[in-house]
Design a protein around this ligand. Sequence first.
Ligand SMILES: Nc1ncnc2c1ncn2[C@@H]1O[C@H](COP(=O)(O)OP(=O)(O)OP(=O)(O)O)[C@@H](O)[C@H]1O
Length: 289
Amino acid sequence: MKIKLIANPVAGGDARNKIDCAVACLQSAGATVDLVLTEKRNDAMQAAIAAKSAGFDRIIAAGGDGTLNEVINGLAPSAIPLAFIPFGTTNVFALEVGIPFDVEQACAVALRGHPRPVCLGLAGDTRFLLMAGIGFDAEVVAGVSLPLKRRVGKLAYLVSSLKVLLRSVPGIIEAVDEQGRRYQGSSAVIGNGRYYGGRFSITPEASLQDDTLEVCLFRRRGRLGFLYSMLKVAFGRPLTEREVWRFKGRELTFAGSKAAVQLDGDYHGRLPMTFRAVFGELTLIYPTD
Ligand SMILES: Nc1ncnc2c1ncn2[C@@H]1O[C@H](COP(=O)(O)OP(=O)(O)OP(=O)(O)O)[C@@H](O)[C@H]1O
């Protein structure tokens, strides 16, 4: 099997040893491995664009969800199966589909797992796999200090969350679904998968296997009300209809305040923006049941 391995050496702090281990593991299973190490933002996307027409049997993204997102944006649409080895800080995709965190086991899945076509989200013309966040979480992502994240991991998100909560009162955003129904709130998560930021479930009905996105729009506008809802999510308590609007759709438009937008954990831009679900542009490797 001819494999293109696109790996981020600083994912999760320092992934160099894990990358060496993955290369050795894939080679010992008989694969030919062409490794590219990313050096900065967009390198993984450029590597995937180059790999697309270079005759590889499989592409493997190794890093965090940000690296996986870049590879997807470079590769899709494509029939070449894409596998993932999780080296990142949070690794939501690995949790979502059950890819092991052990390098050798993840390599075994990458080589012998089950190919499945998936749904991708589109924000404008940029793809996302797991989720888009609008408002609070995107401001948090935009404010995360990368050197701090490399040193202390998820704690960097807590520091940024506190800063955002103290700094700003969220503006009003409005969502419009395909039927023209309108919903107002302060922040939103558009899930393509059910997990968020770990095993937190804000969009429990979302699935990479169907052709819709699930929206969770936070209705409360004050900081305290919003904080209360977020704490409920953190402690695994269900959100009520008084706190959130929940609905599904294939095409959703968000406008209102110029709220920030993040895709798969990386800052992307600001509203207004249209989000769409597109099924079957890419095949991902899942663990065999
Ligand atoms: N060699 C590098 N040095 C510094 N930054 C890099 C390098 N290679 C890639 N990056 C940046 O890292 C980002 C992706 O990080 P990645 O998602 O792989 O790991 P993570 O941030 O630790 O994990 P997670 O996404 O789970 O939080 C890329 O979008 C790019 O901006």
